[in-house]
Design a protein around this ligand. Structure first.
Ligand SMILES: Nc1ncnc2c1ncn2[C@@H]1O[C@H](COP(=O)(O)OP(=O)(O)OP(=O)(O)O)[C@@H](O)[C@H]1O
Length: 280
């Protein structure tokens, strides 16, 4: 039997956001006097949002995972935790290499030129000057900003900034690649230009995690799907089976067949294997 090699393990990960709010809802409940009192005493309401309930998952070399679920189900939270942009409330992540998320890694400096930002961004991702020199021309080509590359970034449109960010973020070939489609803000031309680089990155990566609302994209690209709903892991497995159940769930919800939708979700949860992470 061939042993699958785990490259990313999520061990009992959960996430609670704590938000302070001068909540309009709370003010309404308190009434005018209460509101006034709240203002005077500087009271603030603390709200806890449970974005992810504890979950454990193991991802293996060669897999492309599709994270699916309706709005607010915790997909972006999970992808940010995997990429190290958020610290989970509980749990730990074991990975063979640092996961890289496309799109948000490069924090660029508006007063510097595109060229200077490329150098800075690549240095920040751990590349050496020699490696940057070697890649520089192809990076500029990928941005499509040849003429504007020496102008300060503050003169760029949001699409031009997105191209620059994409080129920098994809300058290294990561072993574990996280792509959140919600962050993909380029126009059609930008998407076409970057598609080839995306395909190349996916081919070279050991593991890809893709967040998308497009079920056809998930079916086309992924080998396995993970369905989240309101922070709960609902189903994990074969992409055709998971997406079929998810689509049937969504169809029933749209028709307000809530009881049927709930049953579909429960039947998904019933298929979840028990995952226990054992330290090697
Ligand atoms: N920074 C934050 N502070 C407070 N609550 C947050 C924050 N980010 C997300 N949430 C909440 O956590 C929950 C999960 O949000 P998340 O963005 O992870 O969902 P999602 O599945 O990616 O949603 P979408 O499909 O709409 O992008 C939601 O209830 C959301 O309101």
């Amino acid at each position: 039997m061939s042993e699958k090699k785990p490259v990313l393990v999520l061990d009992d990960i959960s996430m609670k956001y704590r938000v302070q709010s001068g909540s309009a809802e709370l003010d309404q409940k308190r009434g005018f006097l209460g509101k006034l009192k709240g203002r005077i005493t500087g009271q603030k309401r603390r709200v806890t949002v449970e974005a992810l309930k504890p979950l454990s998952l193991a991802f293996y070399e060669g897999e492309t995972i599709g994270l699916i679920g309706r709005n607010g189900s915790g997909k972006s939270t999970l992808s940010k935790i995997i990429a190290g942009h958020l610290t989970p409330t509980t749990g730990r992540i074991l990975a063979t290499d640092s996961p890289i998320m496309l799109g948000v890694n490069a924090s660029l400096i508006q007063s510097l030129s595109g060229a200077q930002n490329i150098r800075l961004g690549c240095l920040a991702m751990g590349m050496t000057h020699e490696q940057i020199d070697e890649k520089y021309d192809s990076l500029v080509e990928l941005t499509g900003l040849e003429k504007a590359i020496d102008l300060p970034m503050k003169t760029y449109s949001s699409g031009m900034s997105a191209r620059l960010r994409f080129a920098i973020a994809t300058a290294v070939d990561p072993e574990i690649l996280v792509i959140d489609e919600a962050l993909n803000t380029g126009d059609a031309q930008f998407k076409a230009r970057t598609q080839a680089r995306m395909d190349e990155l996916r081919k070279n990566a050991g593991l890809v995690i893709l967040v998308s609302h497009s079920i056809s994209t998930i079916k086309q690209m992924c080998t396995r799907a993970v369905w989240l709903d309101k922070g709960t892991l609902v189903m994990d497995g074969d992409v055709a089976e998971v997406t079929a159940k998810y689509q049937s769930f969504m169809k029933n919800l749209a028709k307000k067949n809530n009881a049927t939708a709930r049953k579909i979700m429960q039947s998904g949860i019933a298929t979840l294997p028990e995952v226990t992470i054992v330290d090697a």
